[in-house]
Design a binder for this molecule. Structure first.
Ligand code: APR
Length: 249
């Protein structure tokens, strides 16, 4: 860290040390150094001709189930190949040193926080490695013989399997959102890491923490929509900033 950044980090460490309760809100930038593309990075390769909002939606899935299923299959493979980075590990170790003080809320659908050892992770947008049925049925659906490249379906009623993530236009899991809002309203400090702040209600958690009187610290190499609610911004990447910021606490 350069001298200017180190000076800011010293202030941030003081705020975190004084905070009885700390909330952490992470976004796709948290996993960027693990090789998982962020959502607003230009989609690469085959997917560059699609708009993520089209693919990550029920409408997009119903319009072309195989296309959307294959996009998620490729992303799932990327998550399985990825490893938690130094930022995930620093957060998990910090949480373990301060039992009961740190609540981690993530927008990410990968499992890297959990694999790094973070506990009680509040997942606002679901789990990309989880499957669920597209339609709610009164009967128990029964998986048909898999057809490669197409989503699994029910042998009886044709119901499709979809990824267990929250798509654009869908409600967030109520319990997760309520827990995240409680954490934001009760915390004395919030660390906001690797999120553009472009998507609500997740982005609103930083605003709620600020309104409730928490010190808001943003960690991001670039400007973001949450700079406006930050008391302090550490300009840098998660894997570089978080160990330097947290390992001594
Ligand atoms: N370390 C920290 N931050 C980084 C890094 C990094 N190495 N690399 C990029 N970033 C920052 C970018 O500057 C950007 O602000 O991460 C942020 C990623 O922003 P988005 O791609 O918009 O991801 P996110 O904020 O998590 O999106 C929120 O939108 O698309 C939906 O459901 C999806 O959960 C996602 C939500």
């Amino acid at each position: 860290m350069d001298a200017a950044l180190e000076a800011l980090a010293t202030t941030a460490r003081a705020w975190l040390s004084q905070a009885e309760s700390i909330a952490v809100l992470t976004g796709a930038g948290m996993s960027a150094e693990s090789g998982i593309p962020t959502f607003r990075d230009a989609l690469t390769g085959l997917w560059s001709r699609f708009n993520p909002a089209q693919l990550a939606s029920e409408e997009g899935f119903r319009a072309d189930p195989a296309l959307v299923w294959n996009w998620y299959a490729e992303r799932r493979e990327g998550v399985r190949r990825a490893e938690p980075n130094a930022g995930h590990r620093a957060l998990a170790a910090f949480q373990a040193r301060h039992p009961g003080r740190v609540t981690l809320v993530t927008q990410n659908v990968d499992d890297l926080h959990q694999r790094a050892g973070s506990t009680g992770v509040i997942r606002l947008h679901g789990d990309i490695l989880e499957d669920r049925w597209l339609e709610r049925r009164s009967h128990a659906c029964d998986l048909a013989q898999a057809q490669p490249g197409t989503p699994p379906r029910c042998a009886v009623c044709g119901n499709l399997v979809r990824p267990g993530v929250v798509w654009f236009g869908e409600m967030l899991p109520a319990a997760a959102l309520a827990a995240a809002e409680r954490a934001a309203q009760r915390c004395d400090a919030m660390l906001v890491i690797g999120t553009s702040g472009a998507v609500w209600p997740a982005a609103g958690l930083a605003h709620a923490a600020r309104r409730a009187g928490a010190r808001v610290i943003v960690v991001n190499p670039h400007d973001s929509e949450l700079d406006e609610v930050a008391h302090l911004r550490l300009q840098g990447t998660a894997a570089a900033v978080l160990p330097a910021l947290l390992d001594a606490l």
